[in-house]
Design a protein around this ligand. Structure first.
Ligand code: ARG
Length: 388
């Protein structure tokens, strides 16, 4: 009989390393690992060797950063999607792309099963499995963490030792961290107590406001149809632009988010995020919309933003609703071209200027000087009817 093939979403961490061996034993299968680079700072060098050393038959490491930025992050930015008005959705946006890449490899390699390392109480299992079902319903999904015998990390480490699985020394970090170019999510350890302020070692990239420089940093962000295209007037590729804003933002303590959030699976959890570029870009993008969007569109777009954030968070990226909302959002972005100058200072982002060829701000209507063209007398009739 031909050996079964399983494609595994592999990060190189303890869980997915143990998964390789565990699946090999349980299913007598050939394991193909699939790793996506979503622009995280963590090196992926040596990951292929590690996967082979653990027992993988074939290893795929794909750089998905550019696709992630242009096909996932920027649509969410244009929509203004922030989950529960706070979380820029870095992890949630990455999952459908990783799932897509896993499916592509599985189909190419004729694997009939795929596996992931998500836990049984998180959102990520839902995002992975709903995306896989949308793209390739014929694939059987295995979620080892939901079914296997290990009750703790210690038990997994013992299993790894017994089977000569190489595991990094960093497994004793008290936190569970997920990172990509759009942000870092940190949970577990002392962070499980919502009353405890995150200790300094919880933060991976940003300095505290206290440590940030005593003078502000100014950056001008150029947008074209809702997409950031340059900094200080210089054209930049989206990946480079986000990397730079992450660096500048982190130095100025921008983008720390401490959130008690509502998970799809019904529980509240406490997560700490670092997302400097996302924080700056959401702020700047909204400032430009304040200048260029008509009032009715600007107001209506709040609802769409919330709906869009919910569908990303809840794993419905590959859905008709997402496509329909994209069409609406893209229509609104036709005039979102221009420049926003932001001031970064000790954890705060403030606006220091904005301009656009499509600005709807009319100084002759707004001014209180003798240049005023507003018909003050017409207000009387307007108020009379409006107040009826
Ligand atoms: N709470 C976030 C979400 O559901 C992040 C999940 C992963 N977090 C982590 N620290 N491993 O999108």
């Amino acid at each position: 009989m031909k050996k079964a093939k399983i494609a595994v979403a592999y990060s190189g961490g303890l869980d997915t390393s143990v998964i390789i061996k565990w699946l090999m034993n349980k299913y007598n299968a050939d394991i193909i690992t699939v790793t996506g680079n979503l622009g995280q700072k963590k090196e992926l060098n040596g990951l292929d060797k590690k996967a082979y050393a653990t027992g993988a038959k074939k290893v795929f490491i794909k750089d998905l950063t550019h696709e992630f930025v242009y096909e996932y992050i920027f649509p969410a930015l244009k929509a203004g999607a922030l989950y529960e008005q706070a979380y820029p959705l870095a992890t949630a946006l990455g999952r459908p792309l990783l799932a897509k890449s896993l499916v592509e490899v599985a189909q190419m390699e004729k694997a009939t099963m795929v596996a992931h390392g998500c836990t049984g109480k998180g959102n990520d299992q839902v995002r992975f499995e709903v995306a896989i079902a949308a793209l390739a319903p014929e694939l059987k999904v295995i979620a080892p963490l939901r079914v296997w015998e290990f009750k703790s990390r210690e038990e997994e480490i013992l299993y790894a030792k017994k089977h000569n699985i190489p595991v990094a020394a960093t497994v004793n970090s008290p936190y569970s961290i997920d990172e990509n170019i759009w942000g870092t999510a940190i949970e577990c350890g002392v962070l499980e107590d919502p009353m405890i302020e995150p200790p300094p070692d919880a933060y991976q990239h940003t300095v505290s406001p206290e440590e940030a420089p005593d003078s502000p940093t100014l950056v001008a962000i150029n947008f074209k149809e809702g997409i950031p295209v340059g900094l200080d007037g210089k054209k930049l590729d989206g990946v480079e632009l986000i990397n730079r804003l992450n660096d500048i933002g982190a130095k100025n303590a921008i983008g720390r988010i401490d959130l008690v959030e509502n998970r799809l699976v019904g529980i509240k959890s406490r997560e700490v995020y670092e997302a400097p570029a996302a924080t700056i870009l959401y702020f700047a993008h909204t400032e430009l919309e304040r200048l260029t969007l008509d009032k009715a569109v600007f107001h209506y777009k709040y609802h769409v933003a919330q709906e869009y954030a919910n569908l990303i968070y809840n794993g419905l990226w590959f859905s008709p609703l997402k496509q329909a909302l994209d069409a609406f959002v893209d229509e609104t972005q036709k005039s979102v071209t221009g420049m926003v100058k932001v001031k970064l200072f000790k954890g705060n982002v403030t606006v220091a200027g904005r301009s656009s060829p499509y600005s709807l701000y009319d100084s002759e209507l707004a001014t209180y000087t003798n240049k005023d063209k507003f018909d003050h007398n017409a207000s009387e009739g307007f108020i009379k009817i409006y107040g009826l």
